[in-house]
Design a binder for this molecule. Structure first.
Ligand code: APR
Length: 167
């Protein structure tokens, strides 16, 4: 059976799913945006755990424990910076979602919450990014029961609702 996909408006740091996904940078360092919020909520052990992983290339994902978060795991996914769309951005964004799901399965997670990877500081236009997110998660591995898209603003939530109901 395929995973249930849903979109909610909220803050991903409060999610009680098995794994939340972080929109990370290749250094896996604390940044701003959702990354900064996750580092602040997870506590100082996350800094050490990420440093020990030593970084990840764009399109990859790596897991750490959730530490002080309600979620048991954090999957750190590195989405692409938007350079106009002809630098492999769609494939790299799809890979970030796909690898996140694979890594979630590897740690035993069955429910996963995603932020809108790359659509903030990294500048990926919202509508095409949403299409890629939904299409990739529709073919989640069978171990995944639930994919929740946690949207931080109404515009993002609207884009996900449209994409989830349109296709
Ligand atoms: N919960 C859910 N979504 C959030 C939260 C939150 N607490 N905070 C921000 N967001 C949303 C943003 O509004 C945006 O829709 O997450 C989406 C992704 O935005 P960014 O966090 O800017 O991520 P991204 O565009 O992938 O840029 C990644 O930013 O923070 C740095 O270290 C990070 O360098 C990396 C870059």
């Amino acid at each position: 059976m395929s995973a249930r996909l849903e979109a909610v408006l909220g803050d991903i740091t409060g999610e009680t799913v098995d794994a939340i996904v972080n929109a990370a940078n290749p250094q896996l360092a604390a940044g701003a945006g959702v990354c900064g919020a996750i580092f602040a909520a997870a506590g100082h052990e996350l800094v050490e755990a990420c440093a020990a992983l030593g970084g990840a290339p764009t399109g990859e994902a790596l897991a750490t424990p959730g530490f002080d978060l309600p979620a048991r795991w954090i999957v750190h996914a590195v989405g692409p910076v938007w350079f106009g769309g002809d630098q492999g951005e769609p494939e790299l964004l799809a890979s970030a979602y796909r690898r996140s799901l694979d890594v979630a399965v590897e740690v035993g997670a069955t429910s996963v919450a995603f932020p809108a990877i790359s659509t903030g500081i990294y500048g990926y236009p919202l509508e095409p990014a949403t299409r890629i997110a939904v299409a990739t998660c529709r073919t989640a591995p069978p171990e995944i029961d639930l994919v929740r898209f946690v949207c931080f603003d109404a515009e993002t939530h609207g884009a996900y609702e449209r994409e989830l109901t349109a296709t």
